[in-house]
Design a protein around this ligand. Sequence first.
Ligand SMILES: C[S@@+](CC[C@H](N)C(=O)[O-])C[C@H]1O[C@@H](n2cnc3c(N)ncnc32)[C@H](O)[C@@H]1O
Length: 282
Amino acid sequence: MSVAADSIRDRQRIIWDQFAAGWKKWDAELLGWQAPFGDAVIQDARLQPDSIVLDVASGTGEPGLTAATLVPDGEVVLTDISAGMLRVAEEKASARGLANVSFSVCDAAELPFDDGTFDAVLCCFGVTFFPDMKAALREMVRTAKPGARISAAVWGRPAENPWASLILGTLAHHTELPSPPADMPGLFRCSPPGFMPRMFRDAGLVEVAERKVSTDLVHDSPESYWEFITDIATTVATGLAMADKEARLLIRSDVFQMLGRYEHQGALRLRSTATIVAGTRA
Ligand SMILES: C[S@@+](CC[C@H](N)C(=O)[O-])C[C@H]1O[C@@H](n2cnc3c(N)ncnc32)[C@H](O)[C@@H]1O
């Protein structure tokens, strides 16, 4: 891996370690909101009761921990670059009494597993943060058995994701921050239609298909939404940290005002859309 990619990866590790506490704090909300995406990824992986499964960039445990309940005679290996995020996943696994899981802190681009180890490889909202996405996909394919399914979720286009684009757009409006180059980690980097299927085919996968899954992020109040987003969304929080105090206050008040558009039956409902892409190792 190049020196630039190494330093982006190391920066990601530091950021995600810092955000592990926020992900732990909002675990119930995150699980409720993102379950439809994880379920779709698992469905497209076609797990069997004895499947040996790899979850890449598991963070605080999904979709790996849910997959573990579906493979009672198999096992799931949960991996992530951030030991802090994976520690939360480990705590959740032991609280749930899951015995068929193990954990490994590693880079998606350098997976410490033999060729052809897994029946299925899952990855929810991880690819967009990998500095070298092609290298990570190569590793996911290498460690999959012939015939194994590889299934991932990435965020769809900004317009389909006001839960994040509302605040990122306001941030860009109030600051001089340049938009990140296309090859840098960013929430919507994998969102152009056809982008992920092309990546999967280029990595040698066959029977590649993509579909969209949508759900709402629901919060009772703008305050609750703001606290949630700034606790869990690394892209938003690092952008805000680069703005000065005055700009941060303006961004907050603009966002609160715009949130009015998303009020429905006494709650804020912000659309969230992911692309689910899956393929088979030849
Ligand atoms: C948005 S979280 C997704 C966590 C989980 N899969 C979920 O859906 O809740 C992204 C995760 O990608 C991990 N990550 C970032 N870069 C990585 C890399 N190069 N290799 C492995 N994991 C990485 C982060 O540490 C973080 O836990």
